[in-house]
Design a binder for this molecule. Sequence first.
Ligand code: C5P
Length: 237
Amino acid sequence: MEKRQQLYAGKAKSVFATDDPDHVILQFRDDTSAFDGERMESLARKGRVNNRFNAFIMGKLQAAGIATHFSGLLSDTECLVKKLEMIPVECVVRNIAAGGLVRRLGVEEGQALVPPTFELFLKNDAMHDPMINESLAETFGWATPEQLAEMKALTFRVNDVLKRLFADGGLLLVDYKLEFGVFEGKILLGDEFSPDGCRLWDAATREKMDKDRFRQGLGGVIEAYEEVGRRIGADLG
Ligand code: C5P
């Protein structure tokens, strides 16, 4: 697999073309952003930790029969993924109230959400990823009703697999965001899964072990990611 030109640089990852038109390389950088890129910092080891964490989670999801874009690790900071046509909609499942839900509805942080909630957001930094719904997504052509139904079902299947995985490590999967794309007509999970895009709390103390440590200036960000990896049996190198 030959790495070719950079196609895109996101806030924490860069995407490179390869000699295979159906695959791209994701490079995880140490860059960390919050508040739609308003706050940026470089955190040592983050690229490697998230790349390896993501590879471990993708393996678990694929073993559970959930189709993802992930094709394999290439190096400490790079992996190979299928090139998808991305759907510009973020799917969020919440098991416990935190973050945006608390700010938006004034509900108590830490409240169990039964059943877990499902929300859609438009992927658009300039608009601060506004909340949308299925009607808006259909009307504006961001996703078809069939795609939305499948994305919702897949996002909840991921919840079943990962809630258990983290629970076994003494962690609560509070919430997470997923993105999907189309490859040869099929919807695949097309996102990374790392503590950057989910909330994880220690089950006993409710200590935050995810990107909220960065957002809230709590420190020990990568150390917390490494502790999560250790608890779930992921080799973060
Ligand atoms: O901010 P909010 O509470 O809506 O985020 C819900 C979940 O989705 C959190 O785990 C957050 O890290 C993740 N998220 C994300 N990228 C975004 C928005 C939310 O990873 N652009």
